[in-house]
Design a protein around this ligand. Structure first.
Ligand code: URP
Ligand code: ZN
Ligand code: ZN
Ligand code: ZN
Length: 467
């Protein structure tokens, strides 16, 4: 017998509407919604009743950009699939799409199988994979077809990180042509990595070794240039393109211009670019290392352009780029040389709350919050219907959210496996109360009730955003 759960009396918010409705789940699925207090809703019986009066009832968050236990920068991201997906659940996220990595000289298959093995049996919530393509060649291009059939329907390429993930323009064009043919979405890390490496060398030669120089050499203009270039390459290939972690105002402008021309160009930003800035990178005593990520944090003035892009739909998705490294022992690898600080910030647990804070502060509406954090990422990456909304037939991934609760973000209380919070001491309004993942309660009023291995692999179809 499957368990039926009745979530009664909350304000149900989806990307499309807000209604006072009761939600009935049966087993792993949502089976019905009805107006609260209606005869239909009053007639329902269930095994478990959740009182959501005064609360929001929202779809579980969909974070389409995480790096659990990724080897990078001479070390390894500190959250495993077990700790990272548990932290995600704590923060109201019930789906992650993580990046499997192809190593240069190896096949996509080998990289993807390694990621299946890391995740299998360890995840508290459901998960999918994108594939990082580091070595575009004839056999890799053929493998891309197989991966799309297998439900790994998106590929990340880099104009940054020469010698690691970097692809040249010819390789990027070939991958985009493949994406145009098989429906795979090409995701681009857009920064001019070759030019940045020259500026890094010159900065270090001048004795500019502190974390803040990471932000200075990775110039906004070089993000804009690479964004412009990958958009043109996609246009030549006849392919859509999704630009990840957009941080500079000038890069938003490139995405917006392409969209105004009617091109299928999409943009993602992350909470760190909306809430943090070069002021953090400049914190003394090497504290700035906590904020080293690429694309880098920008001066505060950029934030309003990112929020505006999210309102105007020039940017469609907010994901975290969760890639945590401990301050102690990991970020410290770059003391005396900012280029050796492993790149990445923790945040998988904080995204839903920080974006709700964007609602509180008037940057976005409640429905836009759900659109950019749940619905759009699901649609962009072939998960919509099952994930990203509250509707009959959808997975019962539901969050009961208390919009009035106050909390202070801190490493003392977070659940990510990292020794600092990028948002230490930040006070926000709103907090996750209860989280259901495929009908099972995984978080309830300050207690984790899920388990490693509950989460299943999600084979994804091609993007539903274009139709
Ligand atoms: O600094 C970052 N973003 N680290 C993760 C790797 C990437 O480029 O997304
Ligand atoms: Zn029953
Ligand atoms: Zn990237
Ligand atoms: Zn990333």
């Amino acid at each position: 017998m499957s368990t039926r759960t009745l979530i009664r009396g909350g304000l149900v918010i989806t990307a499309a509407e807000e209604t006072h409705a009761d939600v009935l789940t049966d087993g792993e699925r949502i089976v019905a919604l009805a107006a609260s207090g209606s005869d239909v809703a009053e007639g329902w019986h269930a095994d478990r009743l959740i009182d959501a009066r005064g609360k929001y009832v929202i779809p579980g968050g969909v974070d389409v950009h995480t790096h659990m236990e990724m080897p990078f920068g001479g070390t390894c991201a500190s959250d495993t699939f077990e700790t990272g997906t548990r932290a995600a659940a704590w923060g109201g996220t019930t789906t992650v799409v993580d990046f499997a990595v192809q190593s240069v000289g190896r096949s996509l298959r080998e990289g993807l199988d390694a990621w299946y093995a890391k995740a299998e049996g360890n995840c508290a919530i459901d998960y999918g994979f994108h594939m990082i393509v580091s070595d575009v060649n004839e056999s890799t291009l053929k493998e891309m077809d197989l991966l799309v059939q297998e439900g790994v329907s998106s590929f990340k390429l880099f104009t940054a990180y020469p010698g690691v993930f970097f692809s040249d323009d010819g390789q990027i064009l070939r991958a985009m042509q493949k994406g145009a043919a098989n429906g795979g979405m090409i995701m681009m890390h857009a920064e001019n990595g070759l030019a940045i490496d020259v500026l890094v060398e010159q900065a270090l030669a001048r004795g500019e070794t502190d974390p803040r120089y990471h932000g200075e050499v990775r110039k906004a203009l070089l993000e804009a240039e690479a964004t412009h270039r990958v958009i043109k390459l996609a246009q030549v290939a006849g392919a859509p393109v999704y630009v990840v972690h957009v941080s500079a105002q000038e890069a938003v402008a490139e995405v917006a211009r392409a969209r105004d021309e009617g091109l299928p160009v999409f943009g993602e930003t992350c909470p760190q670019y909306l809430f943090l800035s070069t002021d953090n990178l400049a914190e003394p005593d090497f504290e700035g290392a906590k904020y080293v990520c690429s694309t880098p944090l920008r001066p505060k003035e950029h934030q309003k352009y990112l929020w505006r892009g999210l309102r105007t739909n020039d940017l469609q998705v907010v994901s975290t780029d969760h890639c945590p490294f401990c301050f102690s022992g990991q970020k410290e690898l770059g003391r005396g040389d900012f280029s050796k600080i492993p790149n990445g910030l923790p945040g998988v647990e904080n995204r839903m709350d920080l974006l709700h804070q964007g609602v509180v502060e008037g940057h976005i509406s409640r429905r836009r919050w759900i659109e950019i954090a749940c619905a759009a990422p699901a649609r962009m990456f072939g998960l919509y219907g099952r994930k990203g909304t509250i509707a009959p037939g959808a997975d019962a991934d539901v969050v009961i959210y208390d919009p009035a609760a106050e909390q202070v973000m801190s490493a003392e209380t977070h659940h990510m496996n990292v020794d600092y919070s990028a948002y230490e001491g930040r006070r926000v309004t709103g907090r996750v109360e209860t989280v259901l993942s495929r009908g099972e309660v995984v978080v309830e009023r300050g207690e984790f009730r899920g388990r490693a291995g509950h989460g299943v692999f999600l084979p994804r179809c091609t993007s539903q955003y274009l139709n």
